[in-house]
Design a protein around this ligand. Structure first.
Ligand code: SF4
Length: 351
């Protein structure tokens, strides 16, 4: 006897809640669901999100500590050697910029500060510079989680970062192994896997996710998901391509808000207890359906991305409050209502 849509979905959700692999074929079915079933999908899969994280939303703030002039050729990136995008380029920022960003993170209720540097990988001198910046931040606020994202790691660098107070290391696999050649020629999928492993071995919490909307197939989405599952990241950022003018992927736009939600649902089912973060492209691709994304993911970036603007922080805080959710760790608007965020947004108190 054929099972109904609701029964099939329920089976998937139960498997995920019980820590079992929902099955590749079932996740492929999720990716193919018609748009009109999106709400039913989000509603069902939100059970997995609420079971592990309750109403909490983790906020993360990005700081671009070194920008542009990268020798790599990641086709999606405005900082790559092939990009002609108008971005600012600068070498490693000073310690006071690290501390100012930490202060901003506290103001906004972010519990993690993500330090991102352009480049293939850090030199030992750059690792030492980051370590000094992190030590300065930790001296002022030991509780703020620091994640570093500095590219491919060499031996001993993760260890050095950990000693300085870095908690996590981000290095995304980005897509499937078989699609990797279509997005980058200067390093390999295996290089990326190796860096995530180095970070873990150095005692850092592995943060690794993906970027969708670059021309990948459903099979690539699933391959990327299972490759990530194999490396067991603690946090999984899901990016949606922002097709930046001046990059080889300018003009590529295959995503719809519903497609993004189906991808988020797949990742929530695959990672029932890991932090799933909606990262770059949230505003561009989910648009007015962003709050539905929060019923699947439990984490977002607040503020701007590396070289593109995010929506105003107050709009994010209002969205979280309107959705009946709360900021993890007690953010600024924890006990306030969304009206205050809306007023502050209008008055430009928060930007
Ligand atoms: S290595 Fe990083 S900064 Fe360089 S092109 Fe790739 S994504 Fe951009």
């Amino acid at each position: 006897m054929e099972i109904t849509f609701e029964e099939r979905l329920e089976r998937l959700v139960e498997a995920s809640l019980n820590g079992k692999d929902p099955g590749r074929e079932e996740l492929a079915w999720v990716l193919k669901l018609p748009d009109e079933l999106t709400l039913a999908l989000v509603s069902a899969v939100s059970r997995v999100r609420f079971a592990a994280f309750g109403r909490r939303v983790k906020l993360n703030l990005l700081l671009n500590i070194k920008s542009g002039l990268c020798p790599e050729d990641c086709h999606y990136c405005s900082q790559s050697r092939d990009s002609t995008a108008a971005i600012s380029s600068y070498s490693m920022v000073e310690e006071d910029t690290f501390c100012a960003a930490a202060e901003r993170a506290r103001e906004l209720g972010a519990t993690r500060l993500c330090l991102v540097a352009s480049g293939r990988g850090p030199t030992d001198r750059e690792v030492a510079q980051v370590a000094r910046g992190v030590e300065a931040v930790k001296a002022g606020d030991g509780a703020l989680e620091i994640c570093a994202c500095l590219g491919l790691l060499s031996d001993g660098q993760a260890d050095q970062l950990g000693k300085a107070g870095v908690y996590a290391y981000n290095h995304n696999l980005n897509t499937s192994e078989s699609f990797y050649d279509a997005i980058c020629d200067t390093h390999t999928f295996a290089d990326r896997q190796e860096t995530v492993e180095r970070a873990r071995e150095g005692g850092l919490s592995p943060c690794s996710g993906a970027l969708f909307g670059m021309g990948e197939s459903d099979a690539d989405v699933l391959d990327a998901g299972y490759a990530l599952k194999a490396i067991e990241p603690d946090s999984v950022p899901i990016n949606f391509l922002i097709p930046i003018e001046g990059t080889p992927f300018a003009g590529v736009n295959q995503l719809t808000p519903q497609r993004c939600l189906r991808i988020l649902a797949v990742f929530r089912l695959l990672f029932p207890r890991s932090e799933v973060r909606i990262a770059g492209g949230r505003e561009v691709h989910l648009r007015s359906l962003q709050p539905l994304g929060l019923y699947l993911a439990n984490s977002i970036f607040i503020g701007d991305y590396l070289t593109t603007k995010g929506q105003a922080a107050a709009a994010d805080l209002a969205m979280i409050a309107d959705a009946g959710l709360e900021i993890e760790g007690g953010g600024r608007l924890q006990k306030q209502d969304s009206k205050l965020a809306a007023v502050e947004l209008k008055q430009g108190v928060l930007d």
